[in-house]
Write a protein that binds this ligand. Structure first.
Ligand SMILES: CC(C)(COP(=O)(O)OP(=O)(O)OC[C@H]1O[C@@H](n2cnc3c(N)ncnc32)[C@H](O)[C@@H]1OP(=O)(O)O)[C@@H](O)C(=O)NCCC(=O)NCCS
Length: 287
């Protein structure tokens, strides 16, 4: 069973055990239980970790990300319904006042578990997908140029990101360190981070991510409020899709807040369809 005290870092063996556990759950459930940020947090300072052990083997894991005020929780498929999830959640609740937890794919088991833990559905995150067969680039609006990111653009890029996502719980806090970490990832490609510039400088961007030969991602698409209303979102979207298609991708996915109606509408017009929805469960409000 897990100790109630959280760990502030993991040993390499613990990290490997958590990744193996997450892979086993992904195979069984058809959806990964830990997202990119949680995987990155396994070997960085800042997150809290709880391990559930059975015969000294890691059979469950919970992580809390203070910066995002969200947690993630997974139990090995062969060790479910024996109280490990409850014990991990008790660990979270002991240290965190509002223990909101992501349920990726909002699986039936997660829904039942969340209900039994006294949690209710909160924010939703859609995963959308389309094929890349027909990508016709649009005309770039007057006074706008598109070009790839260079290291000299980091500050301007971060400023536009912060303005575009001022109300977004995670993306609005994306920092120079967060950018540097992505630049160290194998998929980093400055050509895949397309900037839109007007007379005042960078005004928008489409950051694409190539997962493998088949699948690409609209990783982040952002337009500064001063550039709104000129169709820049659609222009940047198409430029990024054309980049992914030129590199051989035939399928593209993206994550978007279910409540972000204008963005969901933009993606639907471009042919994206919702594949599934992640749900952030939060404690039910006290009556
Ligand atoms: C959700 C998850 C963490 C539950 O872990 P677990 O160790 O099986 O949970 P517990 O054994 O503590 O279950 C506690 C209660 O939740 C409910 N529950 C859990 N899984 C359930 C399922 N598949 N069907 C119905 N009820 C379920 C039951 O009421 C259960 O009590 P019971 O077994 O006495 O009936 C696990 O299924 C998992 O890893 N899922 C994939 C990752 C995920 O979705 N995480 C998000 C959680 S919000």
């Amino acid at each position: 069973m897990c100790g109630v005290e959280p760990l502030t870092s993991l040993t390499p063996d613990q990290r490997a055990a958590v990744l193996a556990l997450a892979d086993a759950a992904a195979d069984a459930d058809g959806v990964a239980p830990l997202n990119e940020e949680a995987r990155l947090q396994l070997d960085r300072d800042g997150a809290l970790h709880w391990l559930a052990l059975q015969d000294d083997v890691v059979v469950g894991y919970a992580q809390w990300q203070p910066g995002n005020a969200t947690g993630q929780l997974v139990v090995h498929p062969d060790h479910r319904r024996t109280g490990h999830g409850t014990s991990l959640f008790a660990g979270l609740t002991a240290d965190v006042a509002e223990p909101a937890v992501w349920a990726f794919g909002d699986l039936h088991g997660a829904q039942r578990f969340a209900a039994s833990a006294g949690m209710v559905p909160g924010r939703g995150l859609h995963i959308m997908e389309r094929t890349l067969e027909e990508t016709a680039p649009r005309d770039t609006p007057e006074g706008i140029t598109l070009r790839p990111f260079t290291d000299a653009d980091a500050e301007a890029f971060l400023a536009v990101n912060a303005a575009a996502f001022a109300d977004h719980p995670e993306q609005g806090h994306f920092s120079a360190d967060d950018l540097a970490i992505r630049q160290g990832e194998p998929w980093w490609d400055p050509e895949g981070l397309i900037l839109a510039e007007d007379a005042e400088g960078v005004v928008g961007f489409h950051w694409t991510k190539r997962h493998d030969d088949r699948t690409g991602e609209v990783y982040v698409l952002g337009v500064h409020p001063r550039g709104g209303g000129r169709g820049l979102g659609g222009v940047l979207l198409d430029a990024g899709l054309a980049h992914l298609a030129a590199g051989g991708n035939t399928r593209v996915i993206l994550y978007v807040d279910a409540g972000n109606t204008p963005a969901v509408a933009l993606y639907e017009r471009s042919g994206f369809r919702i594949v599934h929805t992640d749900t952030l469960y939060r404690p039910a409000a006290e009556e």
